[in-house]
Write a protein that binds this ligand. Structure first.
Ligand code: NAP
Length: 312
């Protein structure tokens, strides 16, 4: 197994990681980005973004391809599809072991993002890939002329619900309150869509089926009434949880596991920075991730420069 040394290793190749790559490489440091998947992160699965300044309307995959191409303009070594075995952030240098490489780094920028939160109800795990999906863009086409249900009331739930109306004959959006959390402009579009029906004040208690999903057990949280909703698919969009499996216990985290940073993206460990959705932040957007990446990279670079000056 090879042993590779870098000034900065960035974990995660989504908008935060790629932005950090651009900014750290421009500081004339040796930089590597490692991802367990291909680069692009969560936005690669977004159908369309219309709030990334300057882009008006752009596919999530297309925007992330531009981020990666931009990173390629600089000398950033990319390690996609890496199975990570361990990450030691406390040692100096910090050590990242993947199945194929050992990378050592003076500074690490964590940009591992977040993943969809599960409902945690009976039938959810059993029917993944057979009616339970967390990605409308990936699986929507399998629901042509079928009935699907979305769970949640945030931007993801409502936007992905609208996307599914391109295929499905009917889309239920099941929300635990009677008011959506999604941006008003997104709400207005959804309310006008004749294929969408909202089921308010309700939660899914169980997912039922045989070979694949057939129906949901729904509970009205105000009346306590239980009902059965026939559906061919269910897409939970109830929020996200941080991808922190390799760092748990090493860093200060909030009650939901997100990594706590200061305004320079510095974590509780010297030389370790966290950027994007993985950190505690009031807004999770592509633009805020990109901004975090820039800030984290600038301060990681300052940290590395200072280390180099001490050792000269
Ligand atoms: P979110 O904004 O946290 O919304 C999660 C939704 O799920 C909320 O409506 C919440 O209900 C509901 N929920 C949470 N736990 C639940 C449970 N156990 N059972 C049933 N419902 C539950 O999550 P998100 O929509 O995935 O968005 C994540 C972040 O990405 C947000 O910051 C969002 O703004 C951003 N995002 C932005 C865009 C965009 O700007 N175009 C698109 C997608 C995502 P309550 O409302 O009652 O809490």
């Amino acid at each position: 197994m090879d042993n590779l040394e870098y000034d900065v290793v960035i974990l995660g190749g989504g908008p935060a990681g790629l932005s950090a790559g651009i900014y750290s490489a421009r500081s004339a440091l040796s930089v590597a980005i490692v991802d367990i998947n291909m680069f692009g992160g969560q936005p690669s699965n977004y159908l369309e973004l219309e709030n990334y300044p300057g882009m008006m309307k752009i596919g999530g995959y297309d925007l992330m391809e531009k981020f990666e191409q931009h990173c390629d303009m600089f000398d950033v070594k990319k390690f996609p599809m890496q199975e990570i075995i361990s990450v030691d952030l406390v040692s100096n240098p910090k050590i990242i072991k993947t199945k194929e490489h050992v990378l050592s780094a003076k500074s690490v920028i964590i940009a591992t993002g977040a993943k969809p939160m599960k409902l945690g109800v009976k039938g959810e795990n059993e029917f993944i890939g057979r009616g339970v999906s967390y990605c409308a863009v990936c699986d929507g086409m399998f629901y042509k002329d079928k009935v699907v249900s979305i769970v949640g009331g945030g931007n993801s739930a409502v936007e992905e619900g609208m996307y599914l109306t391109k295929f499905a004959s009917k889309v239920y959006i099941i929300h635990r309150r009677n008011e959506l959390r999604a941006d008003k402009i997104i709400q207005q579009r959804a309310f006008k869509n004749p294929k969408i029906e909202f089921i308010w004040d309700s939660v899914v208690e169980e997912i039922l089926g045989t070979d694949c999903v057939k129906s949901l057990v729904i509970k009205n949280v105000k009346t306590g009434e239980i009902s059965n909703l026939e559906t061919d698919g269910i897409f939970p969009y109830i929020g996200i949880v941080p991808n922190v499996d390799y760092f748990n216990g090493q860093l200060a985290q909030d009650s939901k596991g997100f990594i706590i940073t200061d305004e320079t993206m510095k974590t509780s460990i010297e030389g370790v920075y966290a950027v994007g959705d993985v950190r505690t932040t009031p807004l999770r957007q592509v633009i805020t991730s990109a901004s975090d990446g820039a800030i984290g990279a600038v301060y990681a670079s300052k940290y590395v420069q200072a280390l180099k000056e001490i050792t000269v």
